[in-house]
Ligand binder design. Structure first.
Ligand SMILES: Cc1cc2nc3c(=O)[nH]c(=O)nc-3n(C[C@H](O)[C@H](O)[C@H](O)COP(=O)(O)OP(=O)(O)OC[C@H]3O[C@@H](n4cnc5c(N)ncnc54)[C@H](O)[C@@H]3O)c2cc1C
Length: 585
């Protein structure tokens, strides 16, 4: 089974192209990426010229897409049961997880904290939109899930007397955030990968890009949103080195592809965060929910020209960092009684409003009251980063600005991580479990990924062996396509999507802006459609296609929500509806 190549057969890519990518109710579309367009052109053209290896066919019990906290922790659990293939589109450790600074929010000291408090804080941040069962599950099952990664080797800081050194972040009523200095995600990723390397049942493939989920659609059966039973049989995957497209068949497929920060011009997310999982699931007709709730982190470092943006963790405010405007005045008390430690949506909107009021491009974070030795030991990464651009946090304030940070919505899943497609689960940031409601509480996302990885593994149980491989799934066919003449068409379109989303679908929205965004996106969709149909596949092209799908789901959902709640603020609907309804598309 695991990994053995089977017969190779070519069928038509045109099959998908014609009916699969009708995001805008139109036909397929193509797309771009890559910071250096010239390098991307050389890569794509080189792929086409190189002697291409044959497309391969593989069989695994479990196909996991993504090697962040969700994919790796779930892969480790599933490896106890069967063969696991974890595929990831870049280096093995490249993920949002790797950049997580603040930590993991979990109740660990019952004398000073409680499940009830963590639940209340999560629900308050979620602004009436959290699913109570999901909140309860994550908070109460969190301690066991975290203990497990500690057993796997993840190290969290302790105080000199051996207690957990718990941080406090915005929206939390207690100190409850476990952390490893200000590099918690890096440490978690390191620990999980070292376990994965030791597991004989896991095949970890890097630089493989999941293109699309395989469903009945590829067998010639019409699949649409009303289809009662869509099945997932695995994924088509582009080998980014050779350009071959492999068919990876799985009894169970799990999307753990992370967020979509790259849809915005300013984000803390790395380049891989292009919302591929949501886009794939959406095209495969899975339910996608609450995409309008995009979290903007209030304090990304203002450093023009740097992309993605460097994050100044909320924990810095937890330890005394205070927001100030150009005049050196504190302003958060005018917006919320919790001041600089109010939930992120409130702080981000307050900064946005203060910047607009004074015509400024950023505000300031004043950390000068924090002991410098404490700063160096708790936030070495942040301290060094600021120094590297000439800011000594001991003596100078740090310029900060909100930047896209987290995708709250995603592939709709139930309490066991099941999507609306059979044999397809989603875990981590690409999923929508109901935990975050309309706004994620700081440091709840790493916890959510761990708890849901556990739940998915439990739900899969041992019955998966009865699920047959779909041998009838055709192999990929790229007949009739050619290397793109110039990828600048793709990279320019990517930049335009980002500009449209930041300009019209940012922290504050209006009906006119949303309509305009949709019209502009449609133009780009039409332009790129032709390229997808006619050119050889490349990562820039596939990412652009996914960014467009995700941008569309965000705008569509934002248009559906005729109220302001949590992270979605529309000045044409400033009030909050009495009853909360999710937006499911
Ligand atoms: C700067 C920063 C700081 C943060 N700090 C915190 C924090 O302190 N606490 C907290 O709880 N959360 C934090 N977050 C959020 C948190 O890091 C993420 O929500 C979480 O790590 C997501 O984990 P994941 O496994 O779902 O996705 P990721 O860690 O993003 O992993 C996704 C994986 O999928 C792969 N992938 C994507 N598309 C494809 C494809 N088409 N084919 C193959 N592979 C693909 C990627 O390469 C990657 O390996 C932070 C995020 C950022 C960006």
């Amino acid at each position: 089974m695991g990994g053995a190549p089977k017969a190779v057969r070519f069928s038509g890519r045109g099959v998908f192209v014609r009916s699969f990518y009708g995001v805008f109710g139109l036909k397929p579309y193509g797309t771009p990426t890559q910071p250096d367009p010239a390098a991307a052109v050389r890569l794509a053209q080189g792929q086409a010229q190189r002697k291409k290896r044959y497309n391969m066919r593989y069989h695994f019990d479990f196909v996991v897409v993504g090697s962040g906290i969700a994919g790796l922790s779930l892969g480790l659990k599933l490896a106890e049961r069967g063969s696991v293939c974890i595929i990831t589109k870049a280096n093995e450790d490249e993920s949002n997880t790797k950049y997580a600074q603040g930590g993991v929010a979990v109740v660990s000291r019952m004398e000073a904290d409680s499940f009830a408090q963590h639940i209340a804080d999560t629900e308050e941040a979620g602004d009436g939109a959290c699913m109570p069962e999901a909140v309860k599950v994550v908070v109460t099952e969190g301690p066991d899930a975290v203990r497990e990664i500690i057993d796997w080797g993840a190290r969290f800081d302790k105080t000199p007397d051996g207690e957990w050194d718990l941080a406090r972040e915005g929206g939390h009523s207690a100190h409850r955030v476990l952390h490893h200095k200000d590099m918690t995600g890096f440490e978690i990723e390191r620990a999980l990968l070292s376990q994965v390397y030791q597991s004989p049942n896991i095949t970890l493939w890097s630089h493989k890009f999941a293109i699309d989920l395989i469903t009945q659609h590829h067998l010639g059966v019409e699949v649409n949103k009303r289809s009662q039973e869509v099945d997932c049989y695995g994924v088509y995957v582009l080998d980014t080195a050779s350009g071959a497209v492999d068919t990876i068949l799985g009894r169970i497929t799990i999307l753990a592809t992370g967020g979509a920060g790259q849809v915005y011009a300013s984000t803390t997310n790395p380049l891989i965060a292009t919302g591929d999982g949501v886009a794939m699931a959406y095209r495969a007709k899975a339910r996608v929910e609450n995409m309008e709730f995009i979290q903007f982190h209030p304090t990304a470092l203002y450093n023009p020209g740097e992309f993605p943006s460097f994050l100044i963790s909320e924990a810095v405010r937890g330890y005394g960092g205070v927001l100030k405007n150009r005049r050196g005045e504190e302003f958060m008390h005018r917006y919320d009684k919790r001041k600089s430690l109010a939930p992120r949506d409130i702080v981000a909107r307050a900064i946005d409003s203060e910047m607009k009021r004074l015509g400024d491009e950023h505000v300031w974070l004043d950390c000068r009251s924090i002991d410098v030795d404490f700063m160096r030991s708790h936030f070495p990464n942040i301290y060094q980063k600021c120094l590297s651009i000439g800011i000594d946090m001991q003596h100078a304030m740090v310029p900060v600005v909100p930047a896209q940070h987290y995708m709250v919505g995603g592939i709709k899943v139930d309490l066991w991580g099941r999507s609306s497609i059979r044999h397809l689960y989603a875990c981590g940031e690409c999923s929508s479990t109901g935990l975050h409601g309309a706004n994620r509480l700081a440091s709840n996302s790493l916890l959510e990924a761990l708890v849901f990885a556990n739940r998915i593994a439990r739900d899969i149980g041992d019955d998966f062996r009865a699920i047959p491989f779909c041998e009838a799934a055709p192999d990929w066919d790229d007949a009739g396509t050619a290397a793109p003449p110039e990828l600048v068409l793709i990279s320019q379109n990517r930049r335009e999507v980002q500009a449209i989303m930041s300009g019209y679908v940012g922290i504050v929205r209006t009906n006119v802006r949303l309509d305009r965004a949709l019209e502009r996106l449609l133009l780009i969709y039409r332009e790129t459609e032709l390229m997808y149909k006619t050119t050889t596949l490349s990562v820039p092209l596939l990412e652009l296609r996914n960014l467009l799908s995700v941008a569309y789901t965000i705008v569509k959902s934002a248009k559906l929500r005729e109220e302001s709640r949590g992270l979605h603020f529309n000045t044409d609907f400033p009030g909050k509806a009495v009853e909360y309804e999710p937006t499911v598309i």
